[in-house]
Design a protein. Structure first.
Length: 298
């Protein structure tokens, strides 16, 4: 699972580029766009260079260029056309493609260069919500379909985590300006997916609130120690894989017994595990279906 993936099937290209396999075959036959290798059983296989070219071609097509025109360009000219196209939406699409190429090649410099280019025109919130969240959703699907390996996924998510931590650190130098409530952020036991909760931490600090970030896999019995932190505490968690949907109600009830004995304390929950899952009727529990919905509440 952790081996570097050097060759891709036509289905992999379809998943990575968003272009139907049928269309890719037409582009190969009609325009000689790609030159795949073939196995002994005559199945197409594509190199990283093929994939990178198709990502750039897809970007140009989505930007309004006709495939008949693109097919007449060499690889260097295609790269130059991509670099020269500038608009807000196209920058977003090209950045996502560049991040995917950086992931596939384990290319730190491409990731950093792409990020810095975005940062010269956008603030961190715009980068994270408009570019990195869509990228992470794509990466999740690519991993689920075995298009990328676990090492690819870890490489890119750790680089994104670094950017989150850097931007959080910048905000931590300022004292909180709002003192009516405080936030305590944690993940349930055996939950290790931190990116969503880290970004929530960033937003809380950006809005001027007090916050304590505990991180991943926190047992409930350790949380009551924080109740004296503030008169009005809001606990926040992000359920990505834990607890399982069938155990969420039990977990929430246990949280109230162990932690939220005071009506002033609330529990706010995000994450895909709470979507379409049973929710408790406790008044001190709040559910958010998206980060944007959470931001509007701050």
């Amino acid at each position: 699972m952790n081996n570097i993936k050097q060759f891709f099937s036509i289905k992999d290209l379809e998943n990575l580029c968003g272009i139907k396999a049928h269309t890719i075959r037409i582009w190969e036959k009609r325009y000689n766009l790609l030159s795949p290798n073939r196995t002994e059983t005559n199945i197409r296989t594509y190199s990283l260079e093929n994939l990178q070219k198709l990502l750039n071609v897809t970007y140009l097509v989505n930007s309004g260029y006709k495939i008949s025109r693109i097919s007449k360009l060499n690889n260097q000219e295609i790269n130059e056309y991509v670099r020269n196209i500038v608009s807000d939406n196209s920058t977003k699409n090209q950045a996502i493609n560049s991040f995917k190429i950086a992931m596939l090649n384990y290319d730190l410099h491409l990731f950093s260069g792409t990020y810095e280019q975005l940062a010269s025109k956008r603030n961190f919130r715009q980068i994270f919500i408009n570019v990195l969240i869509p990228l992470l959703k794509e990466i999740g699907l690519l991993w689920q379909t075995n298009t990328i390996s676990l090492s690819h996924e870890h490489f890119i998510t750790n680089l994104i985590k670094q950017k989150l931590l850097l931007n959080i650190e910048k905000l931590q130098y300022s004292k909180p300006s709002k003192k009516d409530k405080a936030f305590i952020l944690f993940l349930p036991e055996n939950e290790i997916h931190e990116l969503g909760l880290l970004y929530i931490h960033y937003e809380i600090l950006l809005h001027g609130y007090k916050a304590i970030y505990l991180g991943s896999s926190i047992p409930l019995y350790s949380l009551p120690n924080l109740l004296s932190f503030h008169d009005n505490n809001i606990f926040i968690s992000y359920f990505t894989i834990k607890p399982e949907k069938e155990n969420i109600s039990e977990y929430l009830n246990e949280f109230n017994k162990v932690v939220c004995t005071d009506k002033m304390n609330e529990f706010w929950i995000l994450g895909k595990q709470i979507l379409n899952s049973p929710k408790s009727n406790q008044k001190n529990h709040r559910y958010f279906e998206s980060i944007n919905e959470f931001i509007c509440e701050l």
